[in-house]
Design a protein around this ligand. Structure first.
Ligand code: NAP
Length: 457
């Protein structure tokens, strides 16, 4: 894929970039290693000061970088600004909490014949981050903030369609005071990832992206025996039971499905509704989806901008066409407008059967699948019937049902009576084909650390 900014609202190529040469990549890895040797000896207080300065830069430059994101991948300007603010919050969160999360863990010294025994978290070194375009700032910051606070350095291979956001990130942390090259962007295609990850100076990798990219990174890392964290796709269930506030559930369902123009890994994608409230929910949900405004992502009042890439829209259209060909019903939306840019409206598809691709595959656009369940057992069966396991939503006020969903949903997170969202305070990640490892919270910062056992006689 060419490294280029192409405005998805118009299809216009705005800027193209040459990928870095193998020599330039080698030099960047060398700088990352040197920066690590400096960074690992700095104090938490120093790093926290620089991380807070990065947060201040993000706040000060919010509108400008938000505009860049909207131009590169089509999210609404309002959503882009909120994303920048969330990034600043995450930087401050790790500035405040890193030292506590990585404090020495005392052990019972007498039980192991020592005068002192404890475990210490130490940084690993340069970590490669392969990142997607859908939250082009947030996905990177949620890796970079904890990694840098732990004392690791970062090498970013960003998605090829967001190079200007990638270059903004290249010097953000240096401008905030971190040692030169503590965080760098490598302008490279995915074909160059293997050479970076195989380099002995690169100690680990994190990837947020598709299942295919996950398998590829994991295979290289397996051969090289390097630690990885994989945040992959999702097809989150959103189960609605009779006791729920149906009007609220329908509204949140539409918001979740259309978030980021429908291109979020943790968007609810499959809406599984108990038969007793199916008609009521379906009517409210279809109305809420039909009310989503598709339009200029820079304009106030737009809910859905264009999809990020031409291929992405093709994929969405193929999945809907496959379902319709096999007997599904489109309740609203379902047809792409005939104009330049990669537009696709909020869409609800009902009568989905297991033969349809939508049943098991992730739809990365504002398309909801609606399912009817006769009981909680059937709802759980449908909810767990994909190979993904990222987020999940359950709507019920019945305590026993809540407990059943918390226990039985096969996913990395379950949100009851609310929308799945990521917070710096809570672990984030998936199971099965949604990947492994955790980001955010104390767990995220410990992923790229050597937990060193210390025994003193
Ligand atoms: P993608 O094609 O996998 O791209 C993600 C990143 O991986 C890009 O930087 C891409 O580079 C790179 N890449 C692709 N194939 C690769 C390979 N074989 N080897 C090494 N690197 C490779 O993903 P996408 O389709 O753009 O993004 C959407 C996917 O990401 C969805 O499945 C979504 O659910 C998932 N996602 C997951 C999370 C989460 O936290 N779990 C969050 C956001 C998105 P190029 O751009 O150069 O191809």
């Amino acid at each position: 894929m060419a490294i280029a900014t192409i405005n998805p609202a118009t299809g216009e190529v705005l800027k193209t970039y040459d990928p870095m040469s193998p020599d330039q990549i080698q030099a960047a890895i060398g700088r990352s290693q040197e920066a690590f040797l400096a960074l690992r000896r700095t104090s938490f207080a120093d790093r926290a000061g620089w991380m807070r300065a990065a947060a201040d830069l993000l706040d000060a430059e919010r509108d400008e970088i938000a505009r860049t994101m909207t131009t590169e991948m089509g999210k609404t300007y309002a959503a882009a600004k909120a994303e920048v603010t969330k990034c600043a919050t995450c930087c401050r969160f790790y500035a405040d909490n890193a030292e506590k999360y990585l404090a020495d863990e005392p052990a019972d010294a007498s039980a192991v014949g020592a005068s002192k025994a404890y475990a210490r978290y130490q940084p690993l070194g340069p970590v490669l981050a392969v990142m997607p375009w859908n939250f082009p700032l947030w996905q990177v910051i949620r890796f970079a903030a904890p990694a840098l606070m732990a004392g690791n350095t970062g090498l970013l291979k960003h998605a090829s369609n967001v190079p200007q956001t990638a270059l903004y990130l290249d010097d953000l942390f240096a401008r905030a005071g971190f040692p030169h090259a503590a965080f760098q962007t490598l302008l490279i295609g995915s074909d160059a990832v293997e050479s970076v990850l195989s380099d002995p100076r690169v100690r680990a990798a994190t990837l947020t992206g598709s299942e295919g990219a996950g398998r590829s990174i994991a295979a290289i890392a397996g051969r090289e025996l390097k630690k990885t964290v994989l945040e992959l796709g999702g097809s989150d269930p959103f189960v609605v039971m009779p006791s729920a506030d149906i009007a609220k559930a329908a509204q949140v369902a539409a918001t979740s499905r259309c978030l980021n123009n429908g291109q979020s890994c943790i968007s609810a994608k499959r809406f599984i509704v108990h038969a007793d409230v199916y008609d009521e929910f379906a009517a409210a949900f279809v109305a809420a989806m039909g009310g989503q405004t598709l339009g200029d992502p820079m304009a106030e009042g737009t809910d859905i901008g264009p999809l990020a890439t031409s291929q992405g829209r093709e994929d969405v259209m193929e999945l809907v066409a496959d379902a319709v060909d096999k007997g599904a019903t489109v309740l609203v939306g379902g047809a792409a407008p005939d104009r330049p840019g990669w537009w696709y409206p909020a869409t609800v598809v009902a009568d989905i059967t297991p033969e349809m691709r939508m049943f098991g595959e992730e739809v990365f656009g504002p398309v909801a699948g609606l399912y009817r369940a006769a009981s909680i057992d059937e709802a759980l069966e449908i909810a767990n019937a994909t190979d993904f396991g990222l987020g999940s939503n359950a709507w019920t006020t019945d305590a026993a049902e809540q407990e059943a969903f918390v226990t039985e949903l096969d996913a990395g997170q379950v949100f009851v009576n609310g929308m799945v969202t990521s917070y710096p305070h809570l672990p984030f990640g998936g199971v099965r084909l949604s990947g492994y490892g955790r980001e955010l919270s104390a767990h995220g910062i410990r992923e790229f650390c050597n937990l060193k056992t210390v025994w003193v006689g």
